[in-house]
Design a protein around this ligand. Structure first.
Ligand code: FAD
Length: 290
C-alpha cells in the first residue's frame, strides 16, 4: 500500500483482485487508470477517494486484439497513444485513429486510457465517446461474479451509478467495411478540450450511395449522442460534404448546447454544420466497400 496525499493506492495482482477490493470498499475505493482526470480532482473542488485501485499495471487490460474478421477488443487500460498505433493501418478506423491521436497532447495521450475516457460522466468533451458511438461499440463490464456486455449508449446512461466492484474491462468494436472520420473543434490550440465533435461512419454501397450512416456528436450536450435525424438524411444519397452540411444546419435545432466557460451553448450548435462538412470531406476520399 502506498500513501498518496490523504488517499491510499492499492496495486492489485489481477483484475479479480481489483474487483474484490473495489467491491469490499463499498464505494470508498475507486478505479484509477492513467490518472489524468483523477489527478485534477482537487482543482475541480472534488474530494479525493479514500482508496484508489490502480488498473494500469494489469496486462489483461492493456491489449488490443484484432480478430480475423477485423473486429477489435480494446483493453480498458490501453492508452490513447497505443490505440492510435494499433489502428493506424486499418482504413475503416480512421475516425477512431484521429480521435485517439488528436485528443489532448502527446504527454496526456501516453497516459490517458480508453476506459478512463469513457467512464467520466462529468466530461462531455471526451473524444473517444463519439468515435466509438458511431462504430456501434459495446462495453464489457467486469464484476466479481462475471462479465456483461452492454452497448456504449447504455453504458453512458449507467456509468455514474455502477455498483462498487464494477470495472469497464474492454471495448468491443464490430467489424465493418466503413468510411469513418472524426472532426473536432478545439478553440485555441491542440490540447484544449474540443468545444464540439462530430464523428461519422458510413457504409457506402457499390453505386456510391450511403447504405447506412452513423453520426455521433460530442461536447455539445452534457452526454455525447447519435444524431438520428441527420443519419436518416444521409442514407440513399451519394456521399456529399456540402449537402450534408446543409442538412446538418437544417437539423441543428435538435441539439441544446451546454453552456461552458470555453464556449456558450449556441456556439457549440452553430459549428456543427462545419464539422459535418469536414468529416464528410475527410471520408469522401477513403476507400470503402466498393
Ligand atoms: C491537458 C489535458 C487535455 C485533455 N484534452 C482532452 C481532449 O482533447 N480530448 C479528450 O477526450 N480528453 C482530453 N483530456 C482528458 C483525458 O482524455 C482524460 O483525462 C482521460 O481519458 C481519462 O483517462 P485516465 O486513464 O487518465 O482516467 P483516470 O483519471 O485514471 O480515471 C478517470 C475516472 O474514470 C474512472 N475509471 C478509469 N478507468 C476505469 C475503468 N476501467 N472502469 C471504470 N472506471 C474507470 C476512475 O475511477 C475515475 O473516476 C485531457 C486531459 C488533460 C489533462
Amino acid at each position: 500500500m502506498v500513501a498518496v496525499a490523504e488517499a491510499e493506492l492499492y496495486l492489485p495482482s489481477s483484475l479479480q483482485d481489483a474487483l474484490r477490493v473495489l467491491a469490499d470498499g463499498g464505494g470508498a475505493a475507486v478505479p484509477l487508470a492513467g490518472a489524468t482526470w483523477a489527478m485534477r480532482a482537487v482543482l475541480r473542488g472534488e474530494e479525493l477517494a479514500a482508496r484508489y485501485v490502480a488498473l494500469s499495471g494489469l496486462d489483461e487490460l492493456r491489449t488490443v486484439e484484432v480478430a480475423a474478421d477485423g473486429s477489435l477488443a480494446i483493453g480498458a487500460c490501453v492508452t490513447h497513444a497505443r490505440l492510435g498505433e494499433a489502428v493506424a493501418d486499418q482504413p475503416n478506423l480512421r475516425g477512431l485513429h484521429d480521435a485517439a491521436t488528436k485528443a489532448a497532447n502527446a504527454a496526456v495521450r501516453e497516459a490517458a486510457t480508453v476506459g478512463g475516457n469513457l467512464s467520466v460522466a462529468a466530461f462531455p468533451a471526451a473524444d473517444l465517446v463519439p468515435a466509438l458511438l458511431c462504430l456501434d461499440a459495446e462495453v464489457e463490464l467486469a464484476r466479481p461474479d462475471g462479465n456483461e456486455r452492454v452497448s456504449l449508449e447504455r453504458f453512458l446512461q449507467l456509468r455514474s451509478e455502477l455498483a462498487p466492484g464494477t470495472v469497464l474491462a474492454r471495448v468491443h468494436v464490430p467489424a465493418g467495411r466503413l468510411r469513418t472520420a472524426h472532426a473536432r473543434l478545439p478553440l485555441r490550440v491542440a490540447g484544449d478540450y474540443p468545444v464540439a465533435i462530430v464523428s461519422v461512419a458510413l457504409d457506402v454501397a457499390a453505386d456510391g450511395t450511403v447504405a447506412r450512416a452513423a453520426v455521433a456528436v460530442g461536447s455539445v450536450e452534457a452526454v455525447a449522442r447519435r444524431w438520428p435525424e441527420l443519419e436518416a438524411e444521409l442514407v440513399g444519397k451519394p456521399v456529399g460534404a456540402e449537402a450534408a452540411a446543409v442538412a446538418a444546419k437544417a437539423l441543428s435545432a435538435t441539439f441544446h448546447g451546454r453552456e461552458g466557460i470555453e464556449a456558450p451553448g449556441w456556439y457549440r450548435v452553430s459549428v456543427l454544420p462545419t464539422l459535418v462538412r469536414r468529416a464528410l470531406t475527410a471520408l469522401s476520399g477513403q476507400e470503402g466497400n466498393q
